[in-house]
Write a protein that binds this ligand. Structure first.
Ligand code: GAL
Length: 641
């Protein structure tokens, strides 16, 4: 595969006379794809049912005319103001019950039937008009589902749809009462109409009630996306994409991806480190202008796995893009530093090394008005080049010289399960137990050991290609994965918390984990505040510590002599949340036992193998020597394998 570059462009923000020059300059930069349209509903349909396609026809023809391939977005993230007059009850409601009003974007509830049919209508009209347009080579549905916390809505429409979802899932209120344990605190229902979403309760709502509401909300996103995909597919063979977000877990991205030909995500490394990743001030200072050295790769691997869902393929072959790549300072984090020179190139190459078919920068030209006027683009608002333009052009030249890039199956698999993340959100038991962070900590340790990783769906039935598999924090190991673990000839490390609950978030008997014939039981659970930890023979557990019993061999002990890892040659259970150093050591030992070369890479240095090359990325702000090579600050080098 030869990777490509793209850019996000808003023709409606600029005078029409400017379009041709912009298009020519994109081509000159080495850009192949241009994404347009995703927020332009009020221009496509200025008044209800009166369409104005003229400007969009012309924009597509100007861009396509110079050879650019258009990704056309459906504008459903930004319903026009008149839509609210048509559907006054279409807004999402927050947990306090207040409508989330017009004046920015994403002002809709996924469950609102009227708005859904409007979305279906606009998708159909667009697909009818542009489905066979020779310049439209891909489609994007909506924009960043979940952005601004919009998956969960407590609106009347959502409440109604939730009752319906529960009735389908449980068939009778008796079954629901049993599943949720509603005998506790006299919480039983005898009519579906009595059940509300789990907000505004006096104290915490019952955990399975919360978990089912998260499941329901995720299913609403899946259904919402599917409606649009169905309309678009009826008129085109071009691939359908959605642009997912980073560190967003409020819906099941695997499930949405089943309807997508290609997945993508929006990568803002500096914004994420500033805003969304818990790290020490020292770490944040070291990587202030580079982003977290593992965060981008983690998401690349997640969305590559998602990109394999529709075809039912192995994760290595997943089709995915970066739809939006940070080009300079963003506007939305609490503080917004500029990338170090070189980072806009490094980030692109890191995506490509993980198999991205396209890296598309957000956005072409910085807007001089509205909410994102402080967000950089490849061009400045005065139409002079911004620093990232030259880096994008450099990546384009380098792509032309490097030849084929083929994603190789990784030797290590890491199971990620959205349902489990929701379960622990509903029932954290320790204030800082986040399932996504636990998976990320495992991933960091693997990256520090120099491993390339495939993210695995929780129903993965075949692990035979892997030497090492991790499954941290899985609510329940379902049958397919259980059988795969039983047959696994490499080493699998599960836990903490893995397979310790039922699907409805109760404690099973026998108590878990109940995987294969491993005789290990979690008999008691402790969560640990930040002021405490559980020392091990080597290292320590933070946040979480489980007391284990059973006859399986003890492979690592706490300083007090309790089991910290138990299990046999192939399947083992980890009884806590190791801190970074401890996790790194555990993973290095496992890699060595599994026959993998375990590195201990310097801070900021990371590697990734494709079929043809080893890529070495240096996120540090200074050059780093590694294996006889100097990798420049904020730089990337590659060597043939
Ligand atoms: C993304 C979004 C874009 C733009 C960008 C700014 O979340 O998809 O429309 O807002 O952030 O960084």
């Amino acid at each position: 595969m030869t990777p490509t570059l793209g850019v996000c462009y808003y023709p409606e923000h600029w005078p029409e006379a400017q379009w041709a020059e912009d298009a020519a300059r994109m081509v000159e930069t080495g850009i192949t794809w241009v994404r347009i349209g995703e927020f332009a509903w009020s221009l496509m349909e200025p008044t209800p049912d009166v369409m104005d396609w003229g400007w969009l026809d012309r924009a597509i023809s100007v861009l396509g005319g110079v050879g650019l391939k258009v990704v056309l977005g459906t504008p459903t993230a930004t319903p026009p103001r008149w839509m609210l007059d048509r559907h006054p009850d279409m807004l999402a409601h927050d947990a306090a019950g207040n409508p989330r009003k017009f004046g920015s974007r994403r002002h809709y509830c996924f469950s609102h039937a009227g708005y859904r049919s409007e979305c279906r209508r606009i998708a159909r009209l667009m697909a009818e008009r542009y489905g066979r347009n020779p310049h439209v080579h891909a489609w994007q549905t909506d924009n960043e589902f979940a952005c601004h916390d919009t998956t969960i809505s407590y609106s009347p429409a959502a409440a109604e749809a939730f009752r319906d979802w529960l009735a389908q899932r449980y068939q009778s209120t008796d079954a629901l009462n049993r599943a949720w344990g509603n005998v506790f605190w006299s919480m039983s229902y005898d009519d579906w109409a009595q059940i509300d979403p789990p907000n505004l309760t006096v104290t915490e709502a019952n955990h399975p009630h919360q978990l089912d509401f998260k499941r329901f909300s995720s299913d609403q996103v899946v259904a919402f996306n599917r409606l649009q995909c169905d309309e678009i597919r009826a008129h085109t063979d071009a691939p359908i994409i959605h642009n997912f977000m980073g560190r967003e877990t409020s819906f099941d991205h695997f499930a949405v991806s089943r309807d997508l030909d290609i997945t993508s995500w929006d990568s803002y490394p500096i914004g994420f480190l500033s805003d969304r990743i818990e790290e020490t001030p020292d770490f944040k200072a070291r990587f202030l202008k580079q982003g977290h050295p593992d965060n981008q790769a983690f998401h690349h691997d997640i969305y590559r796995a998602c990109g394999a869902m529709r075809a039912g393929d192995v994760p290595a072959n997943g089709r995915w893009w970066v739809m939006e790549q940070q080009p300079g300072p963003v506007n939305w984090a609490p503080w917004n530093p500029a990338p170090l020179p070189g980072m806009c190139r490094l980030w692109a190459w890191e995506a490509i090394a993980h198999g991205a078919e396209c890296v598309s920068y957000f956005r072409w030209r910085q807007a001089p008005f509205a909410q994102e006027q402080m967000h950089a683009g490849l061009m400045r608002p005065d139409n002079q080049p911004a620093p990232a333009l030259a880096e994008a052009a450099q990546v384009a030249r380098e792509i032309a010289g490097i030849g084929d890039i083929t994603a190789a199956p990784a030797p290590v698999g890491l199971v990620l399960d959205y349902d489990s993340i929701w379960a622990w959100e509903a029932q954290p038991q320790g204030a800082d137990f986040h399932g996504f962070d636990l998976a990320f900590d495992a991933y960091r340790a693997l990256r520090r050991a120099g491993q390339s990783v495939d993210i695995l769906h929780p129903d993965t039935a075949d692990l035979s290609g892997y030497k090492l598999v991790l499954a941290p924090g899985l609510l329940k190991i379902r049958p397919a994965l259980g059988a795969a673990l039983e047959a696994f000839s490499g080493i699998a490390l599960i836990g903490p918390r893995t397979d310790t609950k039922t699907t409805e978030l109760s404690i099973p008997t026998p108590m878990g984990p109940n995987v294969a014939d491993m005789d290990v039981t979690v008999s008691l659970t402790e969560s640990l505040p930040p002021i405490a930890s559980e020392p091990l023979e080597q290292g320590r557990f933070i946040r979480w510590f489980e007391h284990l019993e059973g006859t399986a061999p003890v492979l690592l002990k706490t300083a007090a002599g309790q089991p910290a890892i138990m299990g046999g040659a192939h399947l083992r259970y980890l009884a806590g949340w190791p801190d970074h150093e401890t996790f790194a050591r555990i993973i290095r030992d496992l890699c060595a036992q599994a026959g993998l070369v375990a590195e201990d890479l310097p801070d900021g240095l990371r590697i990734r193998d494709t079929a043809e090359h080893r890529f070495v990325f240096n996120y540090a702000a200074h050059p780093v020597d590694w294996n006889g090579t100097t990798v420049p600050a904020a730089g990337v080098i590659w060597q043939p394998l």
